[in-house]
Design a protein around this ligand. Structure first.
Ligand code: SAH
Ligand code: SF4
Ligand code: F3S
Length: 442
């Protein structure tokens, strides 16, 4: 019998990757994906716990879905509701208490058991809570990838041992684990067979990758990248997200020597003030970060940089905040994400004194984002007139246009035949639009 599954995903790319994996592993049970919740027999919320707002979204959505579940019940249709991801891991029992109609609550390390959990729940055996960190490696038991876009994600590492004082990830994803080189190579080959031309290697701390090769040697990200670049039809390799302390000289050198490794790096720094970096437990200074950037630029002068920033961390003074603005001015980013500090229960920073008021956080966020926007606009404008390879991924919104990305991960549109989708084509950039560049195929 065919059934429908609706998966709603919040959070990082790892969650998006996991959602695809969940979809693949239940396909043999007869589930096909739908984007209409009203026709779904199974609804999975894949959640994010990183900031309070992300977590609250779950409860408002659950309320909405419960109504839908009741409507369907009136028509004699059963709807299973599942909550997966980092909120499930962090506050599973609370979800069951606040939303008793949820059938299954399970954390990111248990997705391989999804078919068994569905079978159990369908037999009417109450509700399920599974937030274990099993010994068994989940990646090895997940189903083979069934489809791929031109640009694909591949998880190579999961978990984090860094314990930044504000962050829930080490608790929700567990300790660092790296997949083996052979398992990753197999999945990469499969993705390329299915049409992928660009692969973004994913991990909460991707540059801390240390996986085993076929001879049992432990290898770093630089080796993995060089191995994957042997796949002929794979044109582009990217990786995210990295930590400054794991940015080895070997990885930096790969940016110089490997033409398939894209000149783009997302390297979160969080703050430009050493005092704040210390209480964040980042274990690096602002100047350490500047030095890494200098090395990267020496190796690959055109590298485009991105970062994450937190404003209003406990104890952040105007002086500290100015130091962050100064770091941004010194480095010059092509883009960046920025957030107001959000107090997360159970993390050391949530118990720190001198928490910052909402108004001041908002003020600082606006100021920081204005500076980032300026740098992003300047970066995009500097592309106008240049000719660069664009990997086309899909059709654009306007008729006759196709959309792809530059080596610096900017979105770019051009009037061209859809036959070029999947190819890297030289494009002369002619203009910048709000969130995209425009160009002509040359
Ligand atoms: N190393 C991981 C970090 C995931 S969290 C990765 O980069 O994928 C992504 C970003 O969320 C962090 O870099 C940080 O800037 C932000 N963040 C994490 N915890 C936060 C908190 N408590 N409040 C505000 N922002 C936070
Ligand atoms: Fe969180 Fe820090 Fe680990 Fe990134 S490095 S996931 S911010 S604890
Ligand atoms: Fe969110 Fe978990 Fe990713 S908390 S950012 S979904 S690792």
């Amino acid at each position: 019998m065919t059934k429908k599954v609706f998966i709603k995903t919040w959070g990082c790319q790892m969650n998006a990757y996991d959602s695809d994996k969940m979809s693949d592993i239940i396909a043999p049970l007869g589930y096909s994906a739908t984007n209409k919740m009203s026709e779904a027999d199974l609804v999975i919320f894949n959640t994010c716990h990183i900031r309070e707002k992300a977590t609250e979204k779950l409860f408002s959505e659950l309320g909405r879905f419960h109504k839908n579940q009741l409507e369907r019940a009136k028509r004699g249709e059963k709807t299973l509701i599942a909550v997966a991801g980092c909120v499930a891991q962090a506050i599973g029992p609370e979800i069951q208490r606040r939303a008793p109609y949820v059938d299954m609550v399970f954390g990111p390390q248990t997705y391989q058991y999804l078919p068994e959990m569905i079978a159990r729940i369908s037999r009417g055996n109450g509700s399920i809570l599974n937030t274990e960190f099993p010994e068994e490696i989940k990646f090895d038991r997940l189903a083979e990838t069934s489809s791929s876009g031109i640009s694909a994600f591949l998880a190579i590492q999961e978990g984090c041992d860094k314990f930044c004082s504000y962050c829930v990830v080490p608790y929700t994803r567990g300790t660092e684990y790296s997949r083996s080189i052979s398992a990753i190579a197999k999945e990469a080959n499969r993705l390329v067979e299915l049409g992928a031309r660009e692969i973004t290697l994913l991990g909460q701390n991707v540059n801390a990758y240390h996986g085993e090769d076929e001879s049992g040697n432990i290898r770093g990200l630089d080796y993995l990248i060089s191995r994957l670049s042997e796949i002929i039809d794979l044109k582009r390799i990217c990786y995210m997200t990295s930590h400054p302390n794991d940015m080895t000289d070997e990885i930096i050198l790969a940016h110089k020597n490997n033409p398939k490794l894209m000149p783009f790096l997302h390297l979160p720094v969080q703050s430009g003030a050493d005092r704040i970096l210390a209480t964040m437990n980042r274990k690096h200074s602002a100047d350490d970060y500047r030095k890494i950037i200098d090395k990267l630029r020496a190796a690959r002068p055109d590298i485009a940089l991105s970062s994450d920033f937190i404003v209003g961390f406990p104890g952040e003074t105007t002086f500290d905040f100015k130091a962050t603005l100064r770091l941004i001015s010194d480095v010059g980013f092509a883009q960046a994400y920025s957030f107001k500090y959000s107090r997360r229960p159970g993390t050391p920073a949530s118990a720190m004194s001198r928490q910052i008021g909402e108004e001041l956080k908002e003020e600082r966020l606006q100021e920081l984002q204005a500076l980032i926007r300026q740098q992003q606009d300047a970066f995009n404008h500097s592309s106008v007139g240049k000719t660069m390879p664009v990997l086309f991924e899909n059709k654009g919104r306007n008729g006759g246009q196709i959309r792809g990305r530059t080596p610096y991960m900017q979105s770019a549109h051009a009037k061209a035949s859809p036959d070029l989708i999947g190819q890297e084509v030289m494009v002369k950039i002619t203009a910048t639009k709000t969130n995209s560049l425009e160009g002509e195929v040359v």
